[in-house]
Design a protein around this ligand. Structure first.
Ligand SMILES: NC(=O)c1ccc[n+]([C@@H]2O[C@H](COP(=O)([O-])OP(=O)(O)OC[C@H]3O[C@@H](n4cnc5c(N)ncnc54)[C@H](O)[C@@H]3O)[C@@H](O)[C@H]2O)c1
Length: 291
């Protein structure tokens, strides 16, 4: 009688799909743990960089034969980084339906809209397990706030969460906060970034009021922040990058039918107004009222 050989966890194979900032950092971390990591990306430069940095063993040409698929692709429109876009993720799920290994785990690290993780499971017919473990990566603090920091995990089914906790928790040693559904995990990330968006927009609003009243924003901010439970953020060049604008848009799209008045919508208008304010002041060469 044949005894089924169970590969040791360290011999299992990981495929990182999407080798940008998040995928590359994931690959670097997993490789540093001595795990077998391959990579896939539609961008040749991303693959070349990962190979050159030796964070992946090889560039995969298909999705066959992996135990863990970690999805790290961008989720904004290629031509407009402020607009959510999930077609790439759906295409990957469709490809996994015929190339993915039965019983393997699909971990979605990318930021996605509510319902996306369940949609991926539906496309896969639950032949593979699916969890969502949104990233909280901060490039300037890779040690404390890189791959290995407290992360939220939500799985489609109990077996999915079991596999997800084994991979992210045991194998990758990431401290996990488990939630009851992937929908909560999806919204956790989207709301975190919406919250941050609101905080920055409020700082921008105060800055505009100060500038238009000949008051020093920095001095006011310093004074306010002496209070133990308040931290007014700085107001800089407008809310950029692809994460905060896109993720707050995901929340706005989700909340559209639930609330009439949206603080996020107002914050987006404030940010647009602030950018205009900056260009106007630059054109008038008005020195910004700073300390
Ligand atoms: N960068 C961060 O600080 C950060 C933090 C938390 C969450 N996230 C989220 O993680 C995801 C990835 O972010 P990023 O900063 O790494 O983006 P990125 O633009 O640096 O990299 C994304 C990579 O995905 C590749 N890609 C896009 N579509 C693909 C497809 N269909 N198949 C294969 N590869 C594909 C791109 O070529 C690119 O190399 C996004 O959803 C983002 O919101 C990013």
């Amino acid at each position: 009688m044949f005894e089924k050989l169970i590969p040791k966890e360290s011999e299992k194979k990981i495929l990182i799909i999407g080798l940008g900032q998040i995928g590359h950092s994931n690959a670097e971390y997993m490789t540093s743990l001595g795990l077998h990591v391959d990579g896939f990306d539609i961008n040749k430069d991303a693959i070349t960089r990962a190979l050159k940095d030796k964070v992946i063993q090889k560039a995969a040409t298909d999705f066959q034969g992996y135990d863990y698929y970690v999805v790290c692709i961008s989720t904004h429109k290629p031509e407009d980084m402020f607009v959510p876009y999930l077609d790439g993720l759906v295409d990957i799920a469709k490809r996994l339906t015929y190339e993915g290994k039965t019983g393997a785990l699909v971990g979605i690290d990318s930021t996605v809209t509510r319902g996306t993780t369940q949609e991926v499971k539906k496309i896969l017919g639950h032949r593979l397990h699916v969890v969502h473990v949104p990233h909280r990566f901060f490039v300037h603090e890779k040690e404390e706030h890189g791959v290995r920091q407290v992360r939220v995990i939500g799985g489609c089914e109990p077996c999915c969460i079991k596999e997800g906790k084994n991979f992210y928790g045991n194998l990758l040693q990431i401290p996990l906060h488990q939630v009851s559904s992937p929908d909560i995990a999806e919204l956790t990330k989207v709301v975190e970034n919406s919250y941050r968006y609101l905080e920055i927009a409020f700082a921008e609003e105060i800055k505009m009021v100060c500038d238009n009243s000949s008051l020093n924003f920095d001095e006011l901010r310093d004074a306010i922040n002496t209070k133990w439970n308040i931290e007014v953020l700085d107001a800089r060049d407008g809310i950029g990058g692809h994460c905060l604008p896109k993720d707050s848009q995901m929340f706005l799209d989700f909340s559209r039918n639930s609330v009439v008045t949206s603080m996020i919508r107002a914050a987006k208008m404030v940010d647009a107004q602030y950018r205009f304010h900056l260009t106007q002041r630059a054109a008038q060469e008005v020195p910004l009222a700073r300390g």
